[in-house]
Design a protein around this ligand. Structure first.
Ligand SMILES: Cc1cc2nc3c(=O)[nH]c(=O)nc-3n(C[C@H](O)[C@H](O)[C@H](O)COP(=O)(O)OP(=O)(O)OC[C@H]3O[C@@H](n4cnc5c(N)ncnc54)[C@H](O)[C@@H]3O)c2cc1C
Length: 506
């Protein structure tokens, strides 16, 4: 796009992770083309201060900006993440816990065997079909190994990160400001619309009026521009995802640092446990219709092993759903202002990065008309709804019957999307799930392997009639292969300490 067609001034409202992540991405791409980018952040409203796990996409964010891990990770107390484990969601023997791994080049060897064994298990063959047995990520996580092989090892596993959300925000701010993004500390009181209904400027409590050509709403759940000013409708997910609250608290970490997020089912929701270099972040995501905040905090304290100890807990409210249009007139909503899925698969920053990244492509191509806007909104809505379905599938396949919460979660299949209905139907009939997912065009939300890991990991095997002749791959060979692969990986803490030394030496 010719520089003259780009908006001259972009104003980002909000300085949380979403605001600074977008500011750095856009600053890096657009300031050299003459675009002025300013982040406005309220001195009175804090950031949400949670959000400590990522998907594998975050690596690409830093790679594209040329930021190496030994620079940002120590500063954000970050650790490596090989996947997420889900204990106590299923009560089926052998499937009381499973891990959703980040996928690796090495899985090309074991994934076909896994799928074959799942099919055999569906037809009554007595074979272990828990994904933990098959994938390198689960082995790394169990042994506390960093998912970083030596240079000489040609197969690289995908991985995500754990990090301190507050420190990550500060780090991104520092980098964005170093590349020329401006920062103003002021509280936005109002958005002023022009005759066409576009945002012309914002007014601040400090008495300023700030104009811009394009606005990015990163104001968190308050959604100041996208919802309050432009009245963009909100599509709630509350009919299929019941959790609306969370409570979080830290606990100490020892010398061994796991490479996995643990998302354990609790009485009325689930608890996360996220390892950072200096502490564990713990939290309980629950539904306030089923448990009070006091009872949830008590249960989390017990679960995290802190009891009555003097550890401060933070309580948060969550609004689950998405706006109907993430890009409306001259406003783009990014982060919690555009919507939120509960953090079961830690996808919020993924969606932030995807939303901002896709829009940058439109911006740079100069595709800013109504058709482009409609296509963009369809695409981002697809990401939100696709990720929602994968999360909903955890609840619908749970087999807990200990509380009304879990029983209610397993019901309501009529409320799930048609896409998820077809996935469940294909699974129950033992048909080709991969073909169904590809037919729906949804493998870029979650790949086929992730669906197998979830549905088989929960132990939801349909009764397809016994056929013990169904061929199964040898587990001994798989065990041997993954055992030998794992020999190439090193202790997590050792790798992280090495990063600190590299940073100090730089
Ligand atoms: C319980 C929980 C767990 C989570 N876990 C994960 C996870 O594991 N992984 C993940 O990727 N994400 C997770 N998230 C989501 C993650 O926290 C957010 O996506 C991320 O922090 C981005 O938030 P944000 O920047 O959109 O909003 P916020 O952090 O709320 O920032 C909002 C910004 O807007 C500013 N602002 C607000 N009002 C005004 C005003 N009037 N004037 C000027 N400025 C204003 C504030 O000052 C602040 O700077 C989790 C969220 C919750 C609730």
């Amino acid at each position: 796009m010719s520089p003259s067609a780009l908006p001259k001034r972009i104003l980002i409202v909000g300085g949380g992770s979403a605001g600074w992540m977008t500011a750095l991405m856009y600053g890096d791409a657009l300031i050299k083309k003459g675009v002025e980018i300013t982040v406005v952040e309220s001195p009175n409203v804090g950031t949400i201060g949670v959000g400590e796990g990522s998907t594998a996409l975050l690596k690409r964010y830093f790679d594209e900006l040329g930021i190496v891990e030994s620079e940002w990770m120590p500063e954000c107390h970050a650790t490596y993440k090989a996947g997420i484990s889900f204990p106590n969601w299923s009560t089926r023997p052998g499937y009381e816990s499973y891990m959703h791994p980040f996928w690796s080049m090495l899985d090309h060897v074991t994934l076909p065997a896994y799928i074959q064994n799942v099919h055999a298990r569906q037809r009554g063959v007595d074979i272990d079909a828990n994904p933990d047995r098959y994938f390198i990520a689960s082995k790394l996580a169990r042994q506390g190994l960093a998912p970083l092989p030596p240079e000489s090892f040609p197969f690289h596993p995908g991985y995500g990160y754990h990090f301190d959300a507050g420190l990550l925000g500060k780090y991104l701010q520092k980098k964005a400001m170093a590349c020329g993004v401006r920062h103003k500390s002021c509280h936005v009181t109002e958005a002023n619309l022009d005759v066409a209904g576009r945002v012309a400027s914002i007014s601040t409590m400090e008495g300023e009026t700030l104009e811009a050509d394009f606005f990015i709403d990163c104001s968190g759940f308050s959604a100041l521009l996208i919802e309050k000013a432009l009245k963009t409708p909100f599509v709630s997910y509350a009919d299929v995802l019941f959790n609306d609250s969370a409570v979080a608290l830290p606990t100490p970490i020892g010398e061994t640092i796991p490479t996995v997020t643990v998302s354990a089912a609790l009485s009325h929701g689930w608890g996360w446990k996220i390892p950072l270099t200096d502490r564990f972040g713990n939290g309980y995501v629950y539904s306030s219709s089923f448990i009070s905040s006091d009872a949830a905090e008590r249960e989390l304290r017990e679960h995290a092993g802190v009891g009555d100890a003097d550890v401060q807990a933070r309580h948060l409210k969550m609004k689950l759903g998405r706006v109907a249009q993430h890009w409306n007139r001259n406003v783009l909503a990014v982060g919690l202002s555009q919507g939120f899925l509960e953090p079961l698969e830690a996808t919020a920053l993924y969606l932030t990065q995807t939303t901002a990244g896709l829009f940058l492509v439109y911006l740079e191509k100069g595709e800013l008309g109504e058709q482009a806007q409609a296509a963009y909104n369809r695409e981002v809505n697809g990401y939100f709804d696709g990720h929602r379905d994968y999360i909903v599938a955890h609840y619908k396949t749970n087999t807990r019957t200990d509380t009304d919460y879990w029983r209610a979660n397993a019901m309501g299949l009529d409320k799930i999307s048609d896409s998820l209905k077809r996935i469940f139907q294909t699974w129950i009939e033992g048909k080709d799930l991969g073909a169904e997912i590809r037919h729906q065009g949804i493998e870029h939300y979650y790949p086929v392997g992730s669906w197998y890991a979830l549905l088989a990991g929960m132990g939801t095997f349909p009764q397809l009639g016994a056929d013990a002749r169904q061929p199964a791959e040898s587990l001994a060979q798989i065990d041997d292969f993954t055992r030998r692969c794992v020999l190439n990986f090193r202790d997590h803490r050792t790798v992280l300490n090495e990063q600190v030394r590299m940073r100090e030496a730089a």
